[in-house]
Design a protein around this ligand. Structure first.
Ligand SMILES: Nc1ncnc2c1ncn2[C@@H]1O[C@H](COP(=O)(O)OP(=O)(O)O)[C@@H](O)[C@H]1O
Ligand SMILES: [Mg+2]
Length: 242
């Protein structure tokens, strides 16, 4: 069974149908890239999955549970994490302390056992290693580069036990080197996490995507591997039309 099952999702904003009959599945450990022209409904789709926006109709199942009606914090507790474009790190705290705060939002048993020790670099280290920040544990988060701040946010989602991580344009504003490093981090995360990534940088998509869903006007236009998407006539038309 797919980890995430999105079925016939619709959302109307006033008269505008931002998502219009969208269905797709995501398997555990998969990196799914969501593409499409501006206004296609990509960000709204992430909003619907994390619970920031409620659907007009349709269903979303996560690990077999219908989450369509659950509030955002309940979906977060079930393991759905959303990285927003504006970082939510605490700039005046250290990197390790930020992980501690993220962990304290999670109600799991692991949290109860470790919440007083996560600000201790030894406990935070395994999570920071996954995003390449192990040497930065005691750095004040406000001193991190733009790329490092994005990686810290991903570490915070891991610390709060997110298994499905949703990201909207994660490489925006990154240098070429930071983007390449982010691709490596995503590939290694996919051994334990599922990622849905909205991204415009096609060379990044080519490196990380297991599968691609292309949206247009709120619906799915095409689905497949990068090769299938790049040779799809409907996709070419949709992009040229903008
Ligand atoms: N909260 C909202 N209220 C009204 N319209 C919205 C809202 N959010 C998004 N939209 C509209 O829904 C459509 C899809 O937007 P969005 O999901 O942001 O597209 P994308 O991320 O693919 O560029 C756009 O026409 C946008 O203007
Ligand atoms: Mg968007």
């Amino acid at each position: 069974m797919a980890q995430l099952q999105v079925t016939d999702l619709h959302v109307d904003f006033g008269g505008l149908r931002a998502v219009d009959g969208l269905s797709f599945n995501v398997n555990e450990g998969e990196i799914l890239c969501l593409l499409g022209p501006n206004g296609a409904g990509k960000s709204t789709t992430l909003d619907l999955i994390c619970g920031k926006t409620q659907p007009t109709s349709g269903s979303i199942r996560f690990e077999g549970t219908d989450i369509s009606q659950l509030l955002e914090f309940r979906r977060a507790r079930l393991g759905i994490g959303r990285k927003f474009q504006v970082p939510s790190v605490y700039k005046e705290l250290t990197v390790a302390e930020n992980l501690s705060v993220a962990r304290s939002r999670s109600p799991g048993i692991w949290h109860a056992l470790t919440r007083f020790s996560l600000s201790d670099g030894r406990v935070a280290a395994p999570i920071l290693e996954r995003v390449g920040l192990e040497a930065r544990a005691s750095e004040i988060a406000g001193n991190l580069s733009h790329g490092e701040t994005q990686w810290l946010e991903i570490a915070m989602l891991i610390a709060q036990d997110s298994r499905l991580i949703l990201m909207d344009e994660p490489t925006a504003g990154m240098t070429i080197q930071e983007t390449a490093r982010t691709a490596e981090i995503f590939r290694s995360l996919s051994t334990s996490h599922t990622l849905i990534v909205v991204e415009h940088d096609m060379s990044f998509v080519r490196t990380v995507a297991d599968r691609i869903v292309v949206m247009n006007r709120g619906a799915m236009l095409a689905e497949g591997t990068i090769e299938e998407i790049e040779t799809n006539d409907d996709v070419k038309t949709a992009y040229l039309g903008h």
